[in-house]
Design a protein around this ligand. Structure first.
Ligand code: CA
Length: 230
């Protein structure tokens, strides 16, 4: 059963989201503040966190940063009511896997959660070790680990999926929409900027000079291409 930590100070929204998630058989842990969220995360080790941005005490951004640093592999969806927050989510690169603006349709949130859940699946379909090598990189799709020069690089679930999709399509220019569909799902209603934010994060982790990418090149007007060959 997928465990979800829901941090939202507004009780009505919290209850409403909880009911909708529970109807889909998720185990939900509610927190009213970031501080509570940190405590519950330590006790319950949730798979996914849904975080409101505006919280009393530490805000959703700080909480996102904390969870990202302390719980490798957790999936994070941010909830926001303001367009300024959206810019912040997009610009500051906290490692959010997805976001939703309030008010939102609970069905849409469930779709986001399910899409994220697919990215989180711990074991892939492959039953044996499956190693793809593109020097200096190596990806183990069974263990979901990624290495550069044999040093493991920590990737968020979304970043891991991006790298995997590129390694499976070497040399191919992938369109932003294609990446969006492959990772966030065909029914994604949102901004393809989420792709660029995550691409920037991936580059900052795998490139020596992210401003002059050697491995993932931008194909102007199209999207991105993985340059390395197996
Ligand atoms: Ca709030």
């Amino acid at each position: 059963m997928t465990k979800i930590l829901l941090v939202e100070d507004e009780e009505s929204i919290r209850k409403f989201v909880r009911i909708n998630l529970e109807m889909e058989d998720y185990k939900v842990f509610e927190a009213e503040s970031g501080e509570d969220g940190i405590k519950i995360a330590a006790e319950e080790k949730p798979d996914i966190a849904i975080l409101d941005v505006m919280l009393p005490g530490i805000d959703g951004f700080q909480l996102c940063k904390f969870l990202r640093e302390n719980y490798k592999g957790i999936g994070i969806i941010m909830l926001t009511a303001k367009s300024q927050d959206m810019d912040k989510i997009m610009g500051l690169e906290y490692g959010t896997d997805d976001y939703m603006t309030k008010p939102f349709n609970p069905k849409e949130l469930i779709l986001r959660v399910k899409s994220l859940e697919r990215r989180l699946e711990l074991k892939s379909d492959e039953k044996t070790d499956n190693l793809l090598e593109f020097p200096p990189f190596k990806i183990d799709t069974y263990q979901r680990r990624f290495y550069k020069d044999d040093v493991e690089i920590d990737l968020t679930p979304t970043e891991y999926m991006i790298v995997k999709i590129f390694m499976e399509n070497p040399g191919k220019a992938l369109k932003r929409d294609e990446i969006l569909n492959l990772i966030w799902g065909y029914d994604y209603i949102g901004d393809s900027k989420i792709v660029d934010v995550n691409m920037r994060r991936v580059r900052s982790k795998i490139e020596t000079e992210p401003a002059k990418p050697e491995f993932i090149e931008t194909v102007w007007g199209v999207g991105y291409r993985w340059k390395s060959r197996p």
